[in-house]
Design a protein around this ligand. Sequence first.
Ligand code: PRX
Length: 633
Amino acid sequence: MIFKNNLLPKNLQQYEKLYKQSIDNPELFWTDVAESFIWKSKWSKVVDFDFSKPSFKWFTDAKLNITENCLDRHVEAHPDKTAIIFEPNDPNQPAEHISYRELHSRVCKFSNVLKNNNIQKGDRVCIYLPMVPELAIAVLACARVGAIHSVVFAGFSSSALSARINDASCKMVLTSDGSFRGNKTIDLKSIVDEALKDCDCVDSVIVLNRINSGITLNKNEKWWNDELDKVDDYFPAEIMDSEDPLFILYTSGSTGKPKGMVHSSGGYMVYTAYSFKNVFDYDDDDIYWCTADIGWITGHSYIVYGPLLNGATTMMFEGVPSYPDFGRFWEICEKHKVNQFYTAPTAIRALAKHPLDFVNKYDLSSLKVLGTVGEPINEEAWNWYNENIGKNKCPIVDTWWQTETGGIMITSLANVTEGKPTFATKPMMGIQPVLFDENGNEFDDNNKNGILGIKYPWPSIARTIYGDHERYKNVYFSAYPGYYFPGDGAFRDEYGNYRITGRVDDVVIVSGHNLGTAPIEDVINMHDNVVESALVGYPHDIKGNALYAFVILKDDSKKDDIEVEINKLISKTIGPIAKPEKIQLVPGLPKTRSGKIMRRILRKIASGEKDNFGDISTLLNPEIVEQIVEGSQ
Ligand code: PRX
């Protein structure tokens, strides 16, 4: 265990006491937490910040390499302990158990591969890989070399990939010949080939043979294993400054191109490790499983860094919950005796639709803690999870956080503070949530809805948007000067528990994925036969929210294949996750006199409302509302 007992509250009173200390004297508190890690040299100042710039520095001047904390220290303490359990897509293939010693050796070897291919401290490396151990190894090798990894979820399309590669000017791309997903194989390499047609910044591509597809490589491309054959496993970690960027991870904004959130080395390390330990109540011999993909922040912080920093055993699953059948998650829990299980509400809702036999034929008695992330969990799904998976004995931690926050912000702490269905509950130590009313004034009363803000910085706050600090300032720090504005609404009950009520901007969370509506509208509008479109979210019983597109055509006589064509265009430009559930062709869109689309009305229509649209007489074209309602699905 890396943390001293006084940093790990055991009950509500201890949490309250520690929380108070963390707020009253953040510098002292975070010094104590940071002392738990191995630093090459310590900080001159704990925190230095200015919300108006904005600028956040944690552990100024300290030197470290996060991989020494993830690997070297555990190789010394428990070399044979399993670091990663890899459960492949095919249940008939054996799982792989990678010890800390082996992981260290494989990371050092791949660090040498990066060095041999001219990757140096500060270079950006794009990683576009399926959920195989090499993905975690590549991430850690970048960190060891001091290169900045930019992992792109391997479900994104070639244009989304090239946009991300170009935005960060990545020098190298790490990928595989393909991936397995359920009973399908996906040809990742041709997506990369297509993307690279537009990327002049890339010097080299290293390709893992995952599916034996028999492809031949292009010029400047090398096979992963050939490169590994050339190197040994000695690689001293690069010395990094606490504020040196560790990685870039893209998240959608409500408008414009995706935002490359930049995370730091020191602060990110301290916060992800500390939150992991406290939220999940991880014990040294536990088996922890987070079902996310490393392509998202959840995978970065709570599959790779948080668990490994704690010397934990973390599982990576390559497949999908529905293959070979809807019992796969539970089969894996039984097989590996999983103790902590962390997933998304959308997965719970999808699995809850199927007969309980898929759950009940497995022994889930090893489970101690359940978690959810990514979107609000509705009461029905919470109850199903609690009763059927947790058997009413596992605390459920509903963890609210974001790509931008780096780590979990509002949550219950397993076996310490109480969960409450549909509430993320209380702030983590060091986190100061506040609520604002519609006039932008902070208020203290409870049992009220408001807009969420965060008052004081925490170590893993993203430091900037890569290449666009102005946008970082505008999106997160302008609405409420002196606060971080996450873009979510929240309700606070009389005990200080927070329930996240959803986005207050034009971001829609679909199956736990953050999707900006404007960038998808831009893609729909690219279709030759589209005049204009408006996209809104509406409640969906499995996905949480789904997208509903209202589209005006230039030529109605050419509408036969329009849905298929729009969906194809979106899949190609962004990725299949951004496809709307419904597309309605409309003669016009409700607009204000200044020409702004009244999305409020469209949201109601998409949710199935037929009237009660309020006063629409001020619209430029009030008659359009009825016409849209008539054609709604
Ligand atoms: O709206 C909130 C929702 O997901 C958004 C962040 O999305 P992303 O950056 O992709 O990160 C997801 C994984 C951390 C938030 O602004 N969200 C996340 N967790 C919760 C949530 N909404 C309600 N409850 C949660 N537990």
